[in-house]
Design a protein around this ligand. Structure first.
Ligand code: PLP
Length: 456
């Protein structure tokens, strides 16, 4: 076996890590962690540290680590048929079965699933299909996509543009011109402190209406949003937000894409986040929870309204010019089937609801009154603690103080992984859906003590 020193050297010499300070990493100035194995909600690194992963990797290992049922399904599939493509009507038992299982769990008006590899490529697919749809309908001008500031939809050219976070745009010449952004439904950061939630919803709607009026409804194809903002800060929308937004979209014949890469398959305590918030999307993006990250697989679930136009398009123009070599990869599909079966048999959707509510309540009780906590918020098995310099004035810390990264660093030393979200001092939690109450207690206790050690 390689020594840790050898791996460390090779890592810094050869490996281009995503979302990493490249220069510091290469120079050996920032720590690395080489993960060795994992089981349940715990990961173990090569230095012998065992950590409770309260972010489930990147909110994706929903069934927890080390599930032998999924490992066996992957191995069986690899032995029987490691690969075949899905072009020109080809399929495998696994990919066809998984498509049916996904549709059985999706809202009633959904028609077909296109399988990709990750959330970013699924959202790229979605935008291409939306453009195709409007071309087939003879509306070539109706192409712009509305996304929210603080939305996260991936880091490709189009999806990085949809993402409403500065680090994903700066120096990359993004966003592309077809993408326009509107207000995030982020009540803590509302424009006026005396605004009620209902007033804030009206404000978000007015901002959207103004944007549509400025650009022209006949130039806008779709609106994309996560049911609950994820990477932008784990922010549940204010009550009534989705109903009000959908009314505007309906009025202007603008499609709705629900990006359920985080919320799909149980994270909010409902099978889909759209169920949770009464959303009626035309497309749903799925990834992470589809396989619990045991293999890369994503999907675009296409609603009936769009599907009939896509069929019309191929009748008029021939086969659809879209596909990846690894679309519907059988190993990913086998992992997906085993994963969805486990979610059902272990009752993980219900557990996400009940233990998630417990985690949020205990977190609120433990740190909610701290002078530097602006808000503890969450939904299902998602929770966030937002730190502020002054809670009465809702004044935020300067980013250079790195308050959340320091707290998260202390927590890791104490054996719990949380995530310092990329914009603002926000500590994010998205544990595996199998978290127990006793494990939730550990997460809360380590958060409270790290908060105390950094901010007093
Ligand atoms: N959409 C959402 C809501 C996400 O949270 C993510 C990733 O975190 C993506 C899309 C992009 O997925 P991927 O990183 O698999 O490309």
């Amino acid at each position: 076996m390689l020594t840790n020193d050898q791996l460390d050297q090779w890592d810094r010499e050869n490996f281009f890590h995503p979302s990493t300070h490249l220069a510091q990493h290469a120079r050996g100035e920032s720590p690395n962690r080489i993960v060795k194995t994992a089981s349940g909600v715990y990961i173990e690194d090569r230095d012998g540290n065992k950590l409770l992963d309260a972010f489930a990797g990147l909110y994706c290992v929903n069934v927890g680590y080390g599930r032998q049922e999924i490992a066996e399904a992957i191995a069986d599939q690899a032995r029987e048929l490691a690969y075949y493509h899905a072009y020109v009507g080809h399929g495998t038992e696994a990919s066809i079965t998984l498509a049916k299982m996904v549709l059985d769990r999706a809202p009633a008006n959904m028609s077909k699933v296109y399988f990709g590899l990750g959330g970013s490529d699924a959202n790229e697919t979605n935008i291409k299909l939306v453009w195709y749809y409007n071309n087939i309908l003879g509306r070539p001008e109706k192409k712009k996509i509305i996304s929210r500031w603080r939305g996260y939809h991936g880091s490709g050219l189009m999806t990085g543009s949809l993402t409403g976070l500065a680090t994903f745009h700066n120096k990359f010449d993004l966003p592309l011109s077809q993408v326009i952004h509107t207000e995030a439904p982020y009540y803590l950061r509302r424009p006026r402190k005396d605004m009620s939630e209902a007033e804030f919803v009206r404000h978000c709607v007015a901002e959207l209406e103004a944007l549509i009026a400025r650009e022209g409804a006949d130039t806008i194809a779709a609106f994309i949003g996560e049911p609950i903002l994820g990477t932008g800060g784990i922010v549940p929308p204010p009550a009534g937000y989705w109903a009000a937004i959908q009314a505007v979209l309906h009025k202007h014949d603008i499609l709705l894409i629900a990006d359920e890469v985080v919320t799909g398959f149980g994270r909010l305590g409902t099978m889909m986040g759209s169920d949770h918030y009464g959303m009626r999307p035309d497309i749903i993006t799925i990834a992470k929870g589809l396989t619990s990250a045991y293999a890369p697989l994503s999907g675009s679930i296409i609603g009936e309204k769009m599907w009939s136009v896509l069929e019309q398009g191929t009748d008029e123009n021939g086969p659809i010019g879209h596909g990846w070599t690894y679309s519907a990869h059988p190993i990913g599909a086998a992992a997906g089937i085993a994963n969805l079966k486990l979610i059902d048999s272990l009752g993980l959707v219900e557990n996400a609801g009940s233990v998630g509510a417990y985690l949020n309540a205990q977190m609120q009780a433990a740190v909610g009154d701290h002078l530097n906590v602006g808000e503890v918020r969450g939904e299902g098995m998602l929770c966030a603690v937002e730190l502020v310099k002054d809670r009465n004035a809702t004044e935020f810390f300067d980013a250079s103080e790195k308050v959340a990264p320091r707290i998260v660093g202390e927590m890791a030393k104490a054996g719990v992984i949380a995530r310092a979200m990329p914009q603002g001092d926000i500590i994010g939690f998205a544990p595996p859906l199998c978290l127990t109450k006793a494990e939730a207690d550990i997460v809360v206790e380590k958060t409270a003590s790290a908060l105390k050690s950094v901010l007093g």
